[in-house]
Design a protein around this ligand. Structure first.
Ligand code: NAD
Length: 248
């Protein structure tokens, strides 16, 4: 059991086919107590109930600082600690540079980047007191290769920002034994990408993936498990690619 006795908060884990949900399932299997935070209270509660009675699901919009503070306070009230945070909540918008408007820009930056900062700011003081903690930030191959199929340039920018933020926080909080790493998934079959691939596009995409398949949410969940657990006890500020070899 890699996460026995660990309290693990996972944002954006209510979506049934999503990376966050797969991570929640794997963490629960590994003995972790999971708190799912997502936009809709009922969806978050139902997702947590699926995992078992020990787990919780609460509403939390990660772009709302007060909501992040309240959600983490609620977790600490009930469980007395936070060991792991997976900053997974994210949205995308497939538009080109000249079509990005203020509303889209703000939404993409707010959820992907600001949300990662807000949630980290709330858990770090508790991890500091514990002198231990692990934060995993969900970036994307779009940050590394400059654009993806489903994300616009503002999404690439936000996810590149996540990489910088995670590294800076890793440097700052290493002395408190808080490890902070990023995962950069390639093309993973979830609601973000799910049914939008035409057969032609799929063939074209697979030509660029040496492992010759799209990723699934479990592929990313296992990377999160490694980074969250003590298996990665000497790893911080790292970027773990889960992309089938797309960048080779
Ligand atoms: P998904 O749409 O299945 O899940 C995203 C979840 O985030 C949803 O449950 C949604 O309700 C939640 N969410 C959205 N805005 C939120 C907010 N403001 N506050 C709290 N929760 C919010 O998507 P997914 O594919 O599982 O993506 C998970 C993460 O992985 C995202 O950060 C995404 O950018 C990243 N990612 C996905 C892929 C891919 O190919 N699917 C590739 C690279 C990176």
């Amino acid at each position: 059991m890699l996460l026995a006795d660990k309290l693990c908060i996972i944002t954006g884990a209510a979506s049934a086919r999503g990376i966050g949900r797969a991570t929640a399932r794997l963490f629960a299997e590994q003995g972790g107590t999971v708190v799912i935070l997502d936009l809709d209270a009922d969806a978050a509660t139902a997702a947590a109930a699926d995992l078992g009675a020990a787990h919780r699901g609460h509403a939390c919009d990660v772009t709302d600082k007060a909501a992040c503070a309240a959600a983490v306070a609620r977790v600490v009230d009930e469980f007395g600690r936070v060991d792991v945070l997976i900053n997974n909540a994210g949205i995308t918008q497939p538009v080109k540079t000249l079509d990005i408007d203020d509303k889209g820009y703000d939404a993409i930056l707010d959820v992907n980047l600001r949300g990662t900062l807000y949630m980290s700011q709330e858990v770090i003081p508790h991890m500091r007191k514990q002198k231990a903690g692990s934060i995993v930030c969900m970036s994307s191959v779009s940050a590394q290769r400059g654009g993806g199929i489903f994300g616009g340039p503002h999404y690439s920018a936000a996810k590149a920002g996540v990489l910088g933020l995670a590294k800076a926080m890793a440097r700052e909080f290493g002395p408190d034994n808080i490890r902070i790493n990023s995962v950069t998934p390639g093309l993973i079959q979830t609601d973000i990408t799910g049914d939008k691939l035409t057969p032609d596009l799929r063939v074209k995409i697979l030509e660029g993936i040496p492992l010759n398949r799209l990723g699934d949410a479990q592929d990313v969940a296992r990377a999160c498990l490694f980074l969250a657990s003590d298996l990665a006890s000497y790893t911080t500020g790292a970027v773990l690619d889960v992309n089938g070899g797309m960048l080779i």
